[in-house]
Write a protein of this length. Structure first.
Length: 365
């Protein structure tokens, strides 16, 4: 009988964009793969691959006790129906409620901390509640994978799942899907890109401020933006797009194609993420990066080598870094991109991550 692996996630993109190679490897090795997630456009692609899909709705940000209890009960029912051999959880709620449900059914559970999230990182009542929930949920967890040392230390300091921790190089990056691109020819335009959900914590305010200042001084620059726009930024983004300060592309499906004409990727985030996939994909593509000195970003950038590292929430430092980049020669810019590619080849190849998961999953057979 085939072994069954169940993925619990809060969004289809969590699986398709960042764990697709693991899913493909599991199917290739003869496992039955089950995915529980709210419905999204990538679910149909996963079903075509051979995955089994069960829809479970998740209120990603709320903490309504009735909804939280329903989610836990939904997971318990799902596990009873599927009877998986092992469960992999990603993001806060699937990790916590999935682990509790797995514990009740005595199923091995592998948790994945892909960033703490603001509710856990920022001190307050929510943080206290979530720490206690993690302690309860992770009492019998088999393994907790972290993407950076700072997140692991947070769990260590709070006494959560001691002795079960392991570190991964983020989600890794598929080096075939993100090949080293030819650096853009010198056509007198320097193009910067912000590729992320457009929200405050991702540093959009700093990026927009830099775009305004730099465009005034260097009219031969372009500031591109890709990603889902939070409601509070819709009006501002429309205005800046209409007056030519930025160029907004909305959601894009193929990041590699988009990066073809981009000279530098700017990621001024202060959001608590694991390892930034945006930066990994930019580096793999041979694009210099400008990012912040925080966990999830500092691991990828070598200041002055494959990009520049700046303090968080510092528009002045961002403007200075962009100006510094503008004044580099074409060869220096291209060399930065090549250094980024070399770094991810050595440290962040997604195959490293897939191998670690396969070893962990295989250990419970």
């Amino acid at each position: 009988m085939k072994k069954k692996v169940l993925f619990l996630v809060n969004h289809d993109v969590v699986i398709y964009n960042f764990r697709l190679e693991l899913v493909e490897k599991l199917i290739e090795e003869g496992y039955d793969v089950y995915i529980s997630s709210p419905y999204g456009e990538r679910i149909d692609d996963l079903i075509k691959l051979g995955c089994h899909y069960y829809e479970i709705v998740i209120d990603r940000h709320g903490m309504n006790p009735l909804k939280e209890t329903k989610l836990l009960n939904d997971y318990c029912k799902l596990i009873k129906v599927i009877q998986p051999d092992i469960i992999l959880g990603y993001t806060i709620k699937p990790n916590i409620y999935g682990a509790i449900a797995a514990q009740r059914k005595n199923i091995p559970f592998v948790a994945n901390i892909t960033g703490l999230g603001t509710a856990v990182e920022n001190a307050g009542l929510k943080q206290k509640i979530l720490i206690q929930l993690y302690k309860l949920a992770f009492r019998k967890v088999q393994r907790v994978f972290f993407q950076n040392e700072e997140n692991r230390k947070f769990f260590l300091d709070n006494g959560i799942a001691i002795g079960k921790h392991a570190l991964l190089p983020g989600s890794g990056v598929n080096l075939k899907r993100f090949p080293l691109l030819k650096y853009p020819e010198d056509d007198k335009i320097i193009r910067f890109a912000f590729i992320s959900r457009i929200m405050k914590e991702k540093g959009i305010d700093q990026y927009l401020e830099a775009a305004k200042k730099i465009k005034e001084k260097y009219p031969n620059t372009e500031f591109h933006i890709c990603g889902f726009c939070e409601k509070e930024y819709e009006g501002q983004l429309e205005e800046l797009n209409n007056n030519g300060t930025v160029i907004y592309h909305g959601m894009i499906r193929n990041v590699s194609d988009f990066l073809t004409n981009i000279h530098c990727v700017v990621h001024p985030t202060y959001y608590p993420e694991g390892i930034s996939n945006v930066l990994l994909e930019a580096c793999a593509s041979g694009r210099p990066i400008i990012t912040t000195n925080r966990s999830g970003c500092r691991e990828i950038v070598d200041d002055g080598v494959n990009g520049y590292m700046i303090p968080q929430k510092d528009s002045g430092a961002l403007i200075e870094a962009i100006e510094k980049f503008i004044h580099l020669s074409e060869d220096e810019k291209r060399s930065m991109g090549v250094e980024g590619r070399y770094k991810v080849e050595q440290q962040f190849d997604r195959q490293i991550v897939v191998d670690a998961y396969m070893k962990e999953i295989g250990s419970y057979e």
